[in-house]
Write a protein of this length. Structure first.
Length: 304
């Protein structure tokens, strides 16, 4: 009877690369995850000859790259290196700000039931999406971009993931104000989602079908949140183009916390519809801009 690989028998692990695209010696670190879409893709290079029978004669594989999303419940410690990667910086006294130094990983996708391991090299976090809402764990989607992939039957030795529970929004807090000093808790926010986009992309040169390096764009931080329509305060921030600050904190059952501060944002939309007889909701979009005091457009603080 054949054995087909099952998602329930899969694991993800990583190791930090010191040289882009080269897997170093040492143990990999296991990470808890919900799903992933890591894959290798190749461009196709087709011949352009015209024949009377209309059928093509030539096709070859062209440039290749690996990429895909890793979706997980965000928690203390396990994803700190991925947060460093998306922010292009290192933790400094439990504070992380946007920087300019990339971090690359080798990531192994192992199928234990058929003993097959796909190894993705030169991976970095190009995008990160975080969703914070009642009645769910805090979810993070890490959009990876990288170099290549190999497959083999040897699993890397793994260090176990932490036993930390995921963050949730129940014991957290969301604050909004005209600036960081004026932040005040708001009890009407129903959900907040935000994205960090670095626009990593492969570069290709004559003589190789793999990228020798990744190029990177600006650190674009955007988001949206929804709130009960209680008064004109939030809508006026949009109408008057009032620069604002937003901070959201989340915790786990052990009181470990993660705080996301957007020190200077522009509210770019404030939509209020009627979806039925129940409470009306304001949907607001924002862009985070560089703040001279915090020297960043996003600041992440961990509890330990």
């Amino acid at each position: 009877m054949p054995t087909f690989a099952q998602g329930s028998r899969s694991s993800l692990s990583f190791i930090i690369e010191s040289t882009f695209g080269t897997t170093p010696a040492g143990n990999f670190q296991n990470i808890p995850f919900t799903s992933h879409g890591l894959n290798l893709t190749k461009d196709l290079v087709a011949g352009t000859d015209i024949q009377a029978d209309r059928m093509p004669r030539h096709e070859r594989h062209g440039n290749k790259q690996s990429a895909g999303d890793i979706v997980a419940d965000l928690r203390e410690l396990d994803f700190d290196p991925f947060l460093e990667s998306v922010m292009l910086n290192a933790w400094d006294t439990n504070v992380l700000k946007v920087g300019t130094t990339p971090k690359y990983f080798s990531i192994e996708d192992y199928s234990a039931d058929i003993d097959q391991a796909r190894l993705f090299t030169g991976q970095t976090v190009s995008t990160m999406g975080v969703s914070i809402a009642p009645n769910q764990m805090v979810t993070a989607t890490f959009g990876m971009v990288g170099k290549g992939m190999t497959i083999g039957a040897t699993e890397k030795t793994q260090d176990a993931a932490s036993t930390n529970s995921p963050f949730d929004a129940y014991s957290g807090d969301l604050q909004i104000g005209n600036n960081v000093a004026g932040l005040a808790s708001s009890a009407i926010i129903t959900q907040i989602d935000f994205n960090v986009t670095n626009s990593f992309a492969p570069t290709f040169v004559v003589g190789s079908d793999e990228t020798p390096a990744l190029e990177v764009g600006r650190a674009e931080v955007t988001g949206s949140f929804s709130a009960y329509f209680q008064d004109a305060a939030l809508i006026n921030r949009f109408l008057n183009e009032t620069e604002s600050a937003i901070q959201v904190s989340v915790q786990d059952p052990s009181s470990n916390s993660l705080t996301f501060l957007f020190p200077r944002v522009k509210i770019n939309s404030a939509d209020v519809g009627v979806d039925g007889p129940t409470s009306r909701i304001i949907s607001m979009g924002f862009t985070a801009l560089y703040d001279t005091t915090e020297a960043t457009n996003l600041k992440i603080t961990r509890s330990s």
